[in-house]
Design a binder for this molecule. Structure first.
Ligand code: ASP
Length: 433
């Protein structure tokens, strides 16, 4: 059985609803659909969830939401289908919570899709349950979803919300239909979680930087984590955990190009064996260089450095150490407003000779589960950067063995990604194992 989640762009108008229904009907194993609320139809358009948020936060009119759903319903041949629900929502809005208000987009989307498919509709407040700490109550969710899944036919479960321990509607973070899909797949023991979105997978490099980049055919969960951490991911960690724990593969596919196979994410550390699957980079880091002779003689040195960052709420991105130096790489945005104070505090706490915040750095990750146990990957990456005339400011090939991380000047970020793509992934990629 396959659980399919459809993002907002896959349900933004009647034509996309029809295409989604067609996709669901194409494979009899697709028996659970998790819809988002309608998203943007074009640039500058509003997402239904944003319109609902405006209803709650600034008392904006509900009419544009109702109008959009009425239009979709009547174009699908069900005029009036949502009239009752829309009327109820309009009158409830003034006394309802933020989460209830935001969840109505998915609720209505689910009603429409269920009707279009002739499938059972399950209000997510009766199917997905939260624990008091905000996590998902998998046990309760599992029994509710198992009981609700019809023997024949399918089930539509709206994404993004469920019920809190006290029964009130509660939402996941924005974009949370991905989480509902993963929770449903794990709860029902699906063989596959299909995440249908508007991009045909995880790209081997950002296609805005490298137009030739293609979706990666397959990754394992760890590779996905590493490449997502550098901004290439299309799924949040919270949306991956339930299926990862249950050992269920995910495929990320696009409803705009349903013929494309997408990116398959396998569970069991069964790396695709690619030496290099992709490269991703993020700008906006600052290296904080700490110098102190014999710093290694002090076993508490690193702890005190990290405690100081913690005190200022500056997260640590990376840490490198040398004989008499420790380099803390931190997000520039967190450091900049309090740079002097943090430098001063580090000097004091560590009795350091110098502490210097360097010029902004971009970090790039070259990811591939097959890179360990192979020679030549670092050589190829460094040669590609050298050929492009780019200076490497930091290099870390240690942790995990499936990522080579390097830092370049912020301004060189895109050039570095292009150089690695063309030098390592492009023309003559490493052969698979
Ligand atoms: N509609 C919600 C949002 O816009 C949830 C989702 O689309 O996954 O954040």
């Amino acid at each position: 059985m396959i659980v399919c989640k459809f993002g907002g762009t896959s349900l933004c108008d009647a034509a996309r609803f029809l295409r989604t229904a067609e996709l669901l009907k194409k494979d009899a194993r697709r028996r659970v659909a998790v819809p988002s609320a309608p998203g943007r139809r074009r640039e500058g358009d509003e997402k239904i969830t944003d319109l609902l948020l405006a209803c709650h936060t600034c008392g904006a009119s509900f009419a544009p939401v109702a109008e959009r759903f009425r239009k979709i319903a009547s174009e699908l041949g069900f005029p009036g289908l949502l009239d009752g629900a829309l009327g109820e929502i309009a009158s409830e809005l003034p006394r309802q919570s933020r989460d209830w208000t935001l969840s109505r987009g998915e609720y209505l989307s689910g009603k429409l899709l269920a009707r279009l498919m002739g499938w059972k509709f399950l209000d997510a407040a009766q199917g997905v349950f939260f624990l008091p700490d905000g996590g998902c109550d998998m046990e309760k969710t599992r029994s509710a979803l198992k009981a609700a899944l019809p023997r024949d036919g399918g089930l539509v479960l709206p994404g993004f919300y469920g019920a809190a321990a006290d029964g009130a509607v509660r939402t996941f973070p924005r974009g949370g239909s991905d989480i509902t899909g993963a929770v449903a797949a794990a709860a029902l023991g699906a063989s596959l979680y299909e995440n249908w979105t508007d991009v045909p997978g995880v790209f081997s490099a950002d296609p805005r930087v490298v137009p030739e980049a293609q979706p990666i055919a397959s990754l394992d969960y760890r590779e996905l984590r590493e490449i997502s951490a550098m901004g290439a991911g299309v799924l949040q960690e919270e949306a991956v955990l339930p299926v990862r724990e249950a050992g269920i593969p995910i495929v990320i596919r696009s409803t705009r190009e349903p013929q494309a196979p997408g990116t398959l994410i396998h569970p069991f550390g069964s790396s695709s064996g690619q030496a290099v699957a992709g490269v991703a980079a993020r700008r906006g880091f600052t290296p904080v260089m700490i110098e102190k002779t014999l710093l290694r003689a002090d076993p508490a040195f690193a702890r005190r450095a990290l405690e100081t960052l913690e005190r200022f709420h500056v997260p640590l991105e990376h840490m490198l150490s040398g004989v008499d130096t420790l380099c803390l790489v931190v997000p520039e945005a967190a450091l900049a407003p309090q740079k002097q104070a943090v430098v001063r505090a580090l000097l004091d706490a560590l009795d350091a000779e110098t502490v210097e915040a360097g010029v902004p750095l971009a970090l790039a990750a070259v990811v591939g589960g097959g890179m360990r146990g192979r020679s030549g990957v670092a050589a190829r990456v460094l040669a590609a950067l050298a050929d492009a005339g780019l200076r490497v400011r930091m290099l870390d090939y240690g942790a995990g063995g499936r990522t080579l991380l390097f830092g370049v000047d912020d301004a060189d970020c895109d050039d570095a990604v292009r150089a690695v793509f063309h030098g390592v992934l492009g023309e003559s990629p490493f052969p698979a194992h």
